[in-house]
Design a protein around this ligand. Structure first.
Ligand SMILES: [Zn+2]
Length: 467
């Protein structure tokens, strides 16, 4: 086997997974574009997610020499067709077919357009790699077939494009009917043309050259037309499973955490605890020596202060059917600021300071050292055990130079839950599980419920999640 065909299984899996991701994003994009063209910002944002996926695929394809030929062939066919409607849409956006774009939008769409084109060029350049290894007869047959295809496409598209562009300006209802008709006639036309071709029309080299030049343009419009027609006929549920998929965090590994509670004598105790604060109290969180790790400060702010809530499809979380979602929170402020009233005040106002001294109600220490027991995060709470009151919490995050941003964000989000009084969760898919294994490491509604119960006299700090 040639060295250039050797590729690790991991690399291939990654390719397939990225490809799948790109396809799903494309479906969502096309759904949005085909239903509501009045919201230009959403259109552009959605195209932006395709753009991100596109860049990844481009990077992977840059290593094409190390990808086996059969994998390349598969990618060649599967990637090219779905990319083209996206290109068509960006072109229409740039031509103001859906209304005027401001300078910023124009710039963004232009970038998306360039990246999409680049990926298409890369995919088309795979021809050069694939064709020389075919034998001459195959090559000849393939060429004939390709020319037949192109000829069919060109005829079809000339007809479709004229009517389609005009039709875009008509009402939605008229458009639906038109696209149905387009699809039917396209199908018939393809069949008729194929028959004629098989009967043996000779193809001239000159024709081949011209057709090659127009191939890209033709494919763009064919792709867009057919995809829209299919969607118009009936496309709804496929996109629902995408809700929240962009929040997936991959390659987290298994992150281990531990926490302990000590009383004022220094003995380790095992009991429920909560903060006892006056209403509206602002908890001071000290990021000790934060200036040594400037890139971590923003993540600390996100984990503690973000008010963002996100919806994630239950099928991605393995806890319900497609189309139903669960709410998660990115930061503890957002998770706790709108809870139902509780007998004790739930801390949800935080002030982040950076001081080298140990001041603050909660301290966060970042260290390059490793924990002897393999923990990435560790929280120690000092408590007045006569009334189950937390007096101070100290969070330590280990191996700070080795943790990825996502790992750091995740372990801190978990440890901050301990600092506010939560114990571990028994559910493996939960953020508060002792070993964080979920791909969606955000604050769940069962974490919030556990907090509400703790501060409402529940006398229990363990997190239990009902399914
Ligand atoms: Zn923990």
């Amino acid at each position: 086997m040639d060295d250039q065909y050797i590729i690790s299984e991991l690399e291939q899996l990654r390719l397939i997974s990225e490809l799948e991701q790109l396809r799903l994003i494309q479906k969502k994009t096309i759904e949005l574009l085909s239903t509501d063209k009045s919201d230009l910002s959403s259109m552009i944002n959605t195209l932006g997610s395709v753009d991100n996926a596109t860049k990844k695929i481009s990077e992977l394809l840059a290593k094409k020499n190390s990808i086996p030929k059969d994998t390349l062939e598969k990618l060649h066919h599967e990637l090219r067709t779905p990319m083209t409607p996206i290109l068509g849409y960006t072109e229409m956006l740039l031509a103001h077919k859906f209304g005027p774009l401001n300078d910023k939008q124009m710039e963004k769409v232009q970038i998306i357009h360039e990246n999409t084109k680049r990926l298409l060029d890369t995919i088309n350049s795979l021809d050069d790699i694939l064709s020389p290894v075919q034998n001459q007869d195959d090559k000849k047959d393939d060429k004939k077939f390709e020319i037949n295809e192109l000829k069919q496409e060109k005829k079809l598209i000339k007809k479709l494009n004229d009517s389609w562009v005009e039709q875009l300006n008509n009402s939605q209802k008229e458009k639906d009917e038109f696209l149905k008709a387009v699809k039917n006639s396209a199908h018939e036309k393809l069949e008729q043309d194929q028959e004629k071709m098989i009967l043996g029309k000779s193809i001239k080299i000159e024709q081949e050259k011209n057709l090659r030049l127009s191939k890209k343009h033709i494919i763009t419009i064919v792709g867009a037309t057919i995809v829209i027609a299919v969607i118009t006929i009936g496309y709804s549920l496929l996109v629902v499973d995408l809700v929240g998929q962009q929040y997936q965090v991959k390659n987290l590994g298994s992150i281990k955490s531990n926490y302990i509670v000590q009383n004022l004598k220094g003995d380790t105790i095992d009991t429920w605890l909560s903060w006892r604060l006056v209403d509206g109290y602002v908890i001071n969180v000290n990021l000790i020596d934060g200036q040594k790790y400037p890139d971590k400060a923003d993540i600390v702010k996100t984990v503690i202060l973000s008010e963002e809530s996100i919806e994630i499809d239950n099928s991605l979380l393995h806890k319900g059917p497609k189309g139903t979602t669960s709410t998660y929170y990115v930061g503890w402020t957002g998770a706790l600021e709108h809870t139902n009233p509780t007998s004790l005040y739930i801390p949800h106002k935080f002030n982040i300071i950076e001081s080298s001294k140990g001041e603050g109600d909660i301290t966060i220490k970042l260290t390059p050292q490793s924990n002897g027991d393999g923990y990435s995060g560790y929280t120690k709470s000092i408590a007045d055990d006569s009334n189950n009151q937390i007096l101070k919490s100290e969070i330590t995050i280990y191996d700070i130079d080795k943790l990825s941003k996502a790992q750091f964000e995740t372990i801190l989000r978990h440890e901050f839950g301990h600092a506010l009084g939560l114990a571990h969760s028994t559910a493996p898919e939960d953020l508060m599980h002792p070993t964080i294994e979920t791909d969606y490491p955000y604050i769940s509604s069962c974490d919030v419920d556990a907090m509400v119960s703790l501060y409402d006299g529940g006398k229990k700090s363990k997190v239990t999640c009902k399914i």
